[in-house]
Design a protein around this ligand. Structure first.
Ligand code: NAD
Ligand code: UFG
Length: 337
């Protein structure tokens, strides 16, 4: 137990991870510039856990504030969520993505090195498997990317590997998330996208709550069971618990290791729509649209390495994910506003 610095801790996965860390007895410091989140999210974390985090509103590109955080707190390890994450936007604004994701990570790593904090859990993504590997994806498959967002994740993984090679004191877990959905069962925290959602589940919940008329299904002619895209959806609370297991593994394991965090099961767009309608007793209108550029037919994880080495396994099923996503959205139709 000790104090963990969470970058991007006011965001979707960050808030859920704050809750699980606090509930497990860790102390938490958060740096977040609120560029894609609301400070109310951390008040909700307090409401759920009855515990405070030390919050620093600031940018991971700012070495002064990073220095201040390491001076004022005895940090044992860092969980690094802060990043820009919209694939389409990354194609329009590659320099922003390289700056925040890559230069931001370098700033953070330099501060960690200076203060001799050499344990990091990094948010990578299944996107690093690119478009040429067959599912299920295994951690030792070759990595590639088709857009600047994905490229930042591939580059950072490589930077972390090089850092460990240069100094074997580092202990790094690179967690490749599949498709996080769902929300804390309290309905107090959840995913809160700005503008029109890019991802499937927030779009579905916005249709359910009446903010959007229908879901556009991006292609029904893929080589999958029902023609729609297949993904490995994972409940955000399971994902957060995976971070705690990864942190624990860093206590006695140096290196730079990648782990898939998924359920190992693939569900199609139609599977998700049907499950959502069934558990929540709402209708989701949809229309078939053309394929979305850059999408692949199917993506799901081989989860054996995380089971074996982290002693972690996702527990919640697709109905839990649909129920909790809806519980969050219907209680907070305008997010934290
Ligand atoms: P999010 O946008 O909700 O959270 C990211 C947080 O980082 C936000 O609160 C944002 O304000 C903050 N932030 C952004 N730039 C910052 C900066 N320069 N300085 C300080 N704070 C900054 O996103 P999320 O879904 O919680 O994702 C967290 C991480 O997981 C990201 O690295 C993302 O790439 C990765 N990831 C997410 C998914 C997904 O589907 N949600 C999938 C794979 C990987
Ligand atoms: N989809 C629709 N309609 C929508 C949104 C999505 O039909 O309005 C479909 C997609 O075509 C895909 C599936 O629903 O088949 C899931 O799409 P998401 O956008 O929710 O998720 P992706 O797997 O495409 O993207 C996620 C992350 C990215 C990451 C990528 C690869 O959001 O950050 O996985 O790992 F890069």
């Amino acid at each position: 137990m000790g104090k963990i610095l969470i970058t991007g801790g006011a965001g979707y996965i960050g808030t859920h991870t704050c809750v699980e860390l606090l509930n497990s007895g860790y102390e938490v410091a958060v740096i977040d510039n609120l560029s894609n989140s609301d400070r109310k999210s951390l008040e909700r974390v307090k409401q759920i856990t009855s515990k405070e985090v030390s919050f620093y509103e600031g940018d991971i590109l700012d070495s002064d504030i990073l220095g201040r955080i390491f001076e004022e707190n005895k940090i044992d390890a860092v969980i690094h969520f802060a990043a820009l994450k919209a694939v389409g936007e990354s194609v329009e604004k590659p320099l922003d993505y390289y700056k925040v994701n890559i230069a931001g990570t370098l700033e953070l790593l330099n501060a960690m090195k200076k203060y001799n904090v050499k344990k990091m859990v990094f948010s990578s993504s299944a996107t690093v498997y690119g478009v040429n590997n067959p599912a299920p994806y295994k951690e030792d498959m070759p990595l590639s990317a088709t857009n600047p967002y994905g490229t930042t994740k591939v580059f950072i993984e490589r930077i972390l590997d090089d850092l460990y090679t240069s100094d074997n004191d580092w202990a790094i877990a690179k967690l490749r998330y599949f498709n996080p959905i769902g929300a804390h069962e309290s309905g107090l925290i959840g995913e809160n996208p700005n503008g029109i959602p890019n991802n499937l589940m927030p779009f579905i919940t916005q249709v359910a709550v009446g903010k959007r008329e229908y879901l556009g299904v991006f292609g029904d002619d893929y080589e999958t069971r029902d023609g729609t895209g297949v993904r490995d959806y994972i409940h955000v609370v399971d994902l957060s618990l995976g971070h705690i297991k990864a942190l624990e593994s860093l206590e006695n394991k140096k290196g730079s290791e990648a782990y898939n965090l998924g359920t190992g099961k693939g569900y199609s767009v139609f599977d998700i729509v049907k499950a959502f309608e069934k558990v929540n007793h709402v209708e989701i209108k949809y229309e078939i649209m053309p394929r979305r550029a850059g999408d692949i037919a199917e993506s799901y994880a081989d989860v054996k390495k995380a089971e074996r080495e982290l002693k972690w396994k996702a527990d919640k099923d697709i109905e839990d994910m649909c129920r909790d996503s809806w519980n969050w959205q219907k209680n907070n139709p305008n997010g934290y506003k």
